[in-house]
Design a protein around this ligand. Structure first.
Ligand code: SPD
Length: 351
């Protein structure tokens, strides 16, 4: 059995594009950990493809998990040696965690943010919510500041369970902070915090399936969002954000995972972003770490896991890249009203 055969098997089973390089990533992750969630974090392929891949490897006799730990067998280790697969090394910078941004200038903002975020609403499955850690939100805001997209700028946050609007406003740097969200718990929480902390945040309740209110179109210097990851859902968030930018030079910040997006989906997303007039200026893989959401056992991927263990809330396995895009032309986004479910495609596993 070679890696291309295994990949083809997994692809047929899942309808997710899987390459032999992806299967190599799975084996490299298995060398580094025996824990389902750590393997998922290291393998960097869609969770559903990983689960099918592990089952294909088990059928080939290369992997077993009868003890609750996922282990390469002797046959698996021999096969890896023949294939030249090496263990996945962990080489992230210990100071910045691989984010490449300094956050110490925002220490007071971070303290205030931890205080206000303490009683935030829990992630809701209905909206595919799952927020990033508070450190991650601060790092995202620092990245916006570093790129000149925060100080003196008009910033729109498109969907805000990460509370980016609050962290951005706490810095006192932006000229305007506007936030859109469909979840009344989020809009009312941000409203209460803004009042208590005397923050100027404009809060609008809005379902993104409808176009932006006309007053928000072409009105901002930057937007931030962490889209749901079905292809139509991701493009909906990105497209609405781009259509809120004034024009060339306007920037957007997005999060994109491997856990729910194959590199083929990354390709389709990047192609569409370019078609809309944007380029990627910055991509930091693994930048965003997520607090585990309370509905792990009812999410779509749960039944597919070979070993089912609820991860601790602060045991991050689900990460996403921070992607900064910038318009080089006017945004050519042509999205009208979108009907139906925006959360599902073949690769979505945490919804
Ligand atoms: N369903 C739980 C996790 C959802 C996280 N949404 C953002 C994904 C990154 N774009």
């Amino acid at each position: 059995m070679d890696l291309a055969d295994l990949a083809a098997r997994v692809e047929r089973k899942t309808r997710i594009a899987v390459s032999s390089r992806d299967m190599e990533r799975v084996l490299a992750a298995l060398f580094a950990s025996e824990d389902m969630w750590r393997i998922a974090e290291l393998a960097r392929i869609p969770l559903l493809a990983l689960c099918a891949g592990l089952r294909a490897l088990a059928a080939a006799g290369w992997v077993r998990w009868d003890t609750g730990l996922i282990r390469l067998t002797e046959d698996g280790e021999r096969a890896c040696a023949l294939l030249g697969v090496a263990p996945a090394p962990t080489l992230d910078c210990p100071r910045c965690g691989g984010r490449g941004v300094e956050t110490s200038l925002l220490r007071d903002v971070a303290l205030a943010f931890h205080r206000v975020a303490a009683d935030r609403p829990d992630a809701a499955q209905e909206f595919d919510q799952g927020h990033v850690t508070e450190e991650t939100t601060i790092a995202r805001v620092a990245q916006m500041w570093r790129h000149g997209d925060l100080a003196g700028k008009d910033v729109l946050v498109v969907g805000d369970d990460d509370l980016v609007s609050v962290a951005a406003a706490l810095t006192g740097l932006p000229q305007r902070v506007t936030v859109l969200d469909v979840d009344p718990r989020i809009t009312s929480f941000i409203g209460k915090v803004a009042k208590r902390e005397s923050l100027r945040i404009e809060i609008l309740s809005h379902d993104l399936r409808a176009p932006l209110p006309p007053s928000l179109a072409r009105a901002f210097d930057a937007f931030a969002c962490d889209p749901t990851e079905s292809l139509p859902g991701f493009l909906l968030f990105a497209g609405r954000g781009l259509s809120a930018l004034r024009g060339p030079g306007g920037a957007g910040y997005l999060g994109l995972t491997h856990a729910e997006a194959s590199l083929s989906k990354w390709h389709a997303i990047q192609r569409q972003l370019v078609t809309w007039g944007a380029v990627i200026t910055d991509l930091r893989d693994g930048f965003h770490a997520y607090v585990n959401w309370p509905y792990v056992e009812t999410m779509r991927g749960w039944e597919h896991l070979p070993v089912r263990r609820v991860p601790g809330r602060r045991e991050p396995w689900y990460r996403s890249a921070l992607v900064r895009v910038e318009l080089v032309t006017e945004a050519g986004v042509d999205l009208g009203v979108v009907e139906g479910d925006i959360f599902l495609d073949d690769e979505a596993s945490t919804t």
